[in-house]
Design a protein around this ligand. Structure first.
Ligand SMILES: [Zn+2]
Length: 247
């Protein structure tokens, strides 16, 4: 058994070699242990309420890459609050401080690699922090491989619990999941029902054929060809707008 000093109250805390996470038995503070010593866990409180998270989900679902009317047709099947563990790395790169965030828990969601830590919202995660029953996801990814890959010189690293809303929804008898950042309201999903691109391709192909024909016409009559090209541009723009709104 090895001991470290609690970064909050200074009490000696014993832990087994190889342990990464422990808790001070005196003040209840969660402690993260890495090669450089003992550090705090941080936690970011929820800024986004459940109703707002659902509203953000609807707006996300109405986005241009999603299948038409997903915001109306998606049936919410579950809303969960979680604190998801991430590592925050402060590095000195070419004389400037650079902060990066990487997942400390397994995830398939690409957005969780680019979370932004809001300045001033980091709270020390100790016994006084009220998680209000939100699930705390345990870290299962080591910090060391990230440390070896990141550019520059290490200044500080910490484990941060990030607030996320997890929404399950059903569309066309299939279940999907989307994560809403509980601090910024941004939405992340690895898979969602996408809008078909066939209509856009048809518009682009029609435009290409029209321009090719007008290019030939320009050899014989430039003013008429230029006029036709102008009409084609307006036509393509109008059709693309129609596809975006109606299909
Ligand atoms: Zn303590």
């Amino acid at each position: 058994m090895t001991t470290i000093s609690c970064p909050k109250c200074g009490a000696k805390v014993g832990f087994d070699a190889g342990t990464k996470f422990t808790k001070c038995s005196y003040c209840g503070t969660n402690i993260y242990i890495d090669r450089s010593g003992a550090g705090f866990y941080y936690i970011i409180p929820f800024a986004v309420k459940e109703n707002d998270a659902v509203g953000m989900f609807r707006r996300w679902a109405a986005g241009p890459t999603k299948v038409k009317d997903l915001d109306r047709l998606a049936q919410l099947a579950g809303v969960k609050r979680q604190f998801f563990p991430v590592y925050m790395f402060k590095r000195e790169v070419n004389g400037k401080e650079q902060v990066s965030v990487e997942p400390a828990g397994s995830t398939i969601l690409p957005g969780l690699h680019s979370l932004k830590i809001p300045a001033g919202d980091l709270k020390i995660y100790d016994a006084s922090f009220d998680t209000s029953g939100a699930e705390i996801v345990q870290p299962d990814i080591e910090m060391l491989p990230y440390l070896n890959q990141l550019p520059g010189k290490a200044k500080e690293q910490a484990l941060v619990y990030f607030p996320v809303w997890k929404l399950d929804y059903v569309y066309n008898l299939k279940r999907y999941e989307v994560v809403i950042d509980g601090s910024s309201g941004e939405g992340f999903a690895s898979e969602f029902p996408v809008r078909g691109s066939a209509a856009y391709i048809a518009v682009a192909a029609a435009g290409f054929i029209a321009f090719a024909a007008e290019g030939l016409l320009a050899i014989y009559n430039l003013p008429i060809a230029l006029g036709a090209m102008g009409l084609t541009v307006v036509g393509i723009f109008g059709s693309a707008l129609f596809v975006a709104r109606r299909m």
